[in-house]
Design a protein around this ligand. Sequence first.
Ligand code: DAH
Length: 357
Amino acid sequence: MTKRSPPPAKKLNAAELMDWIEDIEQRAMKAVADVQDADGLASQTAVFLGRGGELNRALERLVDLAKPERAEAGRRANQVKAKLESEYGRRREEMRAGMMQAQLQQEALDVTLPGRPLVRGRIHPANQTLRQIIRIWAEMGFQVYRSREVETDELNFGLLNMPPHHPARDMWDTFYTTNPQVLLRTHTSPGQIHAMRQRAPQPIRVVLPGMCYRYEQVTARSEIQFNQVEGLAVGRRITFADLKGTLTAFARRLFGAQVATRFRAAHFPFTEPSAEMDVECFVCGGVGCPVCKGTGWLEVLGSGMVHPTVLNNGGYDPALFSGYAFGMGPERLTMLKHRIEDIRYFWKNDLRFLEQF
Ligand code: DAH
């Protein structure tokens, strides 16, 4: 790399200054041609064209010359300066373009590559069934009524005709809070009391969807947390025929118009009489298979005529009003529909399971 030459100590005459200027031109042109990179170019620019660079120092010596010679040498020096500036500028531009080109090549972006597909979320299978159930009941004139998941002992049991120590409570063991009177609801049935107390003495047609909790051993068939959809109709002259007809219509909408249903006598403390509804096994068509355990029938819900005590607790006079109620589990229905063998899949969050629905 060309270093700065020491300033001439003595005064220069015209010929010497002209030689120096020509010499600067030659060396500077060679340097700019030899330069390899932007750093080299910058330092050579400083050497020849910078404020303390050689050309400026040569210009300073113009004072050594007499006037006419000074004008001529000055003109020549400015010519050289313009030539060098343009050449150095050209090289700078050339390098900048080269670097840009290299960078573009290095960071090449293939815009023809297909984009990454968006992962689409979907509705959880239990919620799909839940929504389907709600839609059917809504079409049949039932309002959705939400009620709380944290309940009192009185609402979850007592007002549903299960006083303390009632043996039926064993069917619904639950999680208690530090206050033994406050618990996580074991079923959506306490929502019946809320709805009745809010609406009495108006007639009611509601479904109550929501999460329920039970203190149970988690197995393939039982979870500690699951959804239920409760139903309640209260009014004058509502009969067991209404219960059967409405639930049958519901089953046909959910499982298909051809599905056969049957009602079996059952017992729930909050209904009298009580019945469980079965649908004909849609796996074997009623012949008997492992899914229906050879019976040809699948149990889908519990139901019954609202017990007079419960009507009373809800604020309706049982002498004037009657009603029916029912409760079903969307997870259980989903299991039947898709032949899912293990209820634990619903909370496992295993995509291999969830993505099938
Ligand atoms: N609450 C009941 C349970 O969790 C289900 C049930 C049965 C609800 C009969 C009802 C009913 O409203 O009438 O097992």
